[in-house]
Design a protein around this ligand. Structure first.
Ligand code: GUN
Length: 298
């Protein structure tokens, strides 16, 4: 079977271009620009790479990016103070605190300190709850990116069985909340599997669309996939590779070589879901800016 490789980089680039046009036209109307604050605590190397990628995307779209670096020793209090300052800064439309936070930080408390109207990550319980209820709210960027990628390639999930491996608050649960809605581009039958799921192979083989979001390199092998199924790989794992200059290589949760031989469509890693996540962060930030402009006008 010839599989379709779903190119997230191409789709993301197209979305960034379209967002840049929106921002330019809003600038002409209002003389204002959107702003995104990205806060990094500590110096986790993977987080640093993500933060740089976000900065680059902001530059492409015309979003002002404000970078904040805190040392872990400054503590949770300093982070909360910074968030409350950003919450009330009219030039900031999105606040992103890069996760994971160092030991000793209460992630839930930090997420809940962010004004839901600026929570462009879509992690605040207010946004999570609103999305579950089918109301307007920021959708988390990775699930939103999966949704938009499927839409771009005209892969309908309506009435289809979507099986998600992984129940995280960042991917598994919010993806289910988006795809199960009674809404255009959704209406899927969704199953979430996790480490305690029995008969995992049986479940994954019943998927029309299989999403891997577990963080285990190469976890999904060809025997877990129904021939012709669409396979979405959300994993971004660093594995040692002596032949690489950096000493590591990035691989997904899917064994691409074996699965791509039987899938109907598949996302690569890198270049699949990853770039879509960043595009959706930009989209949410521009949306927050648009809401702000609309409020100021009223
Ligand atoms: N860490 C891994 N993915 C994400 C994300 O989408 N947002 C934030 N803030 N941190 C992350």
């Amino acid at each position: 079977m010839v599989t379709t490789v779903l190119n997230g980089k191409t789709v993301s680039d197209a979305m960034l271009l379209s967002l840049a046009q929106t921002v330019r036209s809003l600038h002409l109307q209002t003389d204002r620009d959107p702003g995104l604050s990205v806060v990094l605590v500590g110096d986790n190397p993977a987080s640093r790479v993500y933060v740089e990628a976000k900065k680059k995307a902001c530059a492409k779209v015309g979003i002002n990016s404000f970078d904040y670096r805190l040392a872990p020793e400054e503590g949770e209090g300093a982070l909360i103070d910074l968030i409350s300052h950003l919450n009330s800064d009219p030039d900031v439309h999105g606040i992103l605190v890069q996760l994971p936070l160092p030991k000793g930080f209460d992630e839930q408390k930090i997420i809940e300190a962010i004004n839901p109207a600026k929570d462009v990550d879509g992690f605040h319980p207010m946004n999570v709850g609103r999305v579950w209820q089918g109301l307007a709210g920021f959708k988390s960027c990775t699930p939103y990116g999966v949704f938009e990628l499927l839409r771009y390639y005209d892969i309908s999930v309506e009435g289809k069985h979507v099986v998600i491996i992984g129940r995280s608050n960042i991917v598994g649960k919010p993806l289910a909340s988006i795809l199960v809605q009674r809404a255009a581009g959704a209406n899927a039958t969704v199953t979430i599997c996790h480490s305690k799921s029995e008969n995992l192979h049986q479940l994954t083989r019943s998927a029309d669309i299989l999403v891997a979001a577990i963080g285990v390199p190469g976890f999904v092998t060809a025997d877990m996939v129904r021939p012709g199924a669409v396979v979405i790989d959300v994993g971004i794992n660093r594995v040692e590779d002596e032949s690489a200059k950096s000493g590591y290589r990035v691989v997904g949760d899917v064994d691409f070589a074996s699965v791509s031989a039987i899938s109907g469509a598949i996302t690569p890693v890198p270049g699949g879901v990853g770039p879509m996540t960043i595009a959706m962060l930009m989209k949410n930030t521009v949306e927050s800016f648009e809401r702000d402009i609309a409020e100021v006008k009223e």
